[in-house]
Write a protein that binds this ligand. Structure first.
Ligand code: SLL
Length: 309
C-alpha cells in the first residue's frame, strides 16, 4: 500500500460495479474434450474470474488479484496482474468443489488496503429442487455461479478520486491518459451528466441510463462545488444499447448472453421481492384472523369456566 497522497475527498462515496464467480463445464468428448495430460480423476474444467460489468475495464482501480485455490491444486496461490480490459481470471481443471479466496489489491493511488472475497467453486448444479438444478445446466452442462458486487470507495484520496471520475466522457471531450498511472494534476473534472458513477443519488435519471444508487452519492467535487449544478452534457452511448461507459458505474439496461446483471434483472428482482412481500402480508393477515378466532374461543371458554360451580 502506497503512503496516502493528498487529502481525502470528504463526504464522497464512489462505487464501481463488478462481477465475480466461477464457470464450470464437465469434460465431454463432444462439447468439452479433456486436453492431453489432464489427470484421469479430473471431471471438469473451470474458470474463476473478477471482471467489470459489461466487460468494461476495471484495472484503473483494481491492480492485481491473488487467488487462493485448494491446496490439492499445484501452485495453489496465484497472483494475477491486471491487463487493461481483461478479466482477472484463472482456468483450471479438477474434480471437487471448494472455497476460493480472492484478495483484491487496489491501484497504489488509492492507498486502500487489500480486501478479501470468498467464493465457492461450483461444479454441479445447485438449488432447492430438481427443476431448479436442471435449470442451472446451461449449454454443454455449464454451471455458472456469478455474483454482482459493488466496490465502494469511501472518501477516496484526491489523486484516486481524479482517476475514478476521469472516465465516461463523451469521445470528443475525452483527454484521458492511459489508466491508473497519473492522477493528480490535469485530470478532467467532468460533470454529473458524463460521470454516471459519480452522480448524486438525487441527481435524477438522465435518459434512464444512469443508475441512482443509495450508496453512490457524490454531492460535491473536490472544489466543493455541487456536481448536480454543473452544465449538463448530452449523454452519449459509446457501446451497444444497454452497454455501459468505460469507468462509469452504470449497469446495462438489458441482459445479453454472458451479461446477466442489468436493470432488467434488477427490475425482476424487485418484482420478486414485491410479490414475496404480498405473500407474506397475506399469510400474516390469515394468521391474525386465526389468532383472533382462537382468542375469542379462549374468552368464551374462560367465561364458561367462570360460570361453572
Ligand atoms: C471436496 N473438500 O472434497 C473438497 C475438496 C478439492 C478439489 C475439493 C484437485 C485438482 C488437481 C481438485 O479438484 N481438488 O489435482 O489439480 O469436494
Amino acid at each position: 500500500m502506497a503512503p496516502p497522497t493528498g487529502k481525502r475527498v470528504k463526504g464522497v462515496q464512489i462505487f464501481r460495479p463488478f462481477v465475480y464467480g466461477t464457470t464450470a463445464r464437465p469434460f465431454d468428448e463432444k462439447t468439452n474434450p479433456k486436453p492431453p495430460g489432464i489427470p484421469d480423476d479430473h471431471t471438469h474444467s473451470w474458470t474463476v474470474f473478477i471482471k467489470g460489468i459489461d466487460d468494461v475495464d476495471i484495472t484503473y482501480w483494481l491492480r492485481r488479484v491473488q487467488f487462493k485455490l485448494h491446496e490439492s491444486i499445484p501452485n495453489h496461490v496465484r497472483m494475477v496482474e491486471g491487463v487493461k480490459g481483461q478479466p482477472f481470471q484463472i482456468h483450471e481443471t479438477g474434480w471437487g468443489e471448494f472455497e476460493i479466496t480472492m484478495k483484491l489489491y487496489y491501484v497504489p493511488e488509492s492507498s486502500e488496503k487489500p480486501q478479501t472475497l470468498y467464493h465457492h467453486l461450483r461444479l454441479h448444479p445447485f438449488g432447492r429442487t430438481e427443476e431448479e438444478k436442471e435449470a442451472m445446466r446451461l449449454n454443454g452442462g455449464e454451471v455458472i455461479s456469478w455474483v454482482y458486487e459493488e466496490q465502494i470507495f469511501n472518501e477516496p484520496y484526491e489523486p484516486f478520486y481524479d482517476i475514478l471520475i476521469s472516465g465516461a466522457l463523451p469521445p470528443s471531450a475525452s483527454t484521458l491518459k492511459d489508466g491508473g498511472g497519473g492522477g493528480g494534476s490535469g485530470a478532467a473534472t467532468p460533470t454529473s451528466a458524463n460521470t454516471p458513477g459519480a452522480s448524486s443519488s438525487k441527481g435524477g435519471n438522465k435518459k434512464g441510463h444512469e443508475r441512482s444508487h443509495s450508496r453512490a452519492s457524490v454531492s460535491t467535487n473536490k472544489d466543493g462545488k455541487n456536481n448536480n449544478e454543473s452544465k449538463e452534457e448530452p449523454f452519449v452511448i459509446q457501446k451497444s444499447e444497454g452497454g455501459v461507459l468505460e469507468r462509469s458505474a452504470m449497469i446495462p439496461l438489458v441482459n445479453r448472453p454472458g451479461q446477466p446483471f442489468s436493470r432488467e434483472t434488477e427490475q425482476l428482482e424487485i418484482q420478486k421481492l414485491k410479490e414475496a412481500k404480498l405473500k407474506v402480508d397475506e399469510m400474516k393477515k390469515q394468521m391474525m384472523e386465526e389468532l383472533e378466532k382462537k382468542q375469542k374461543r379462549l374468552e368464551a371458554l374462560r367465561a364458561e369456566s367462570a360460570k361453572a360451580p
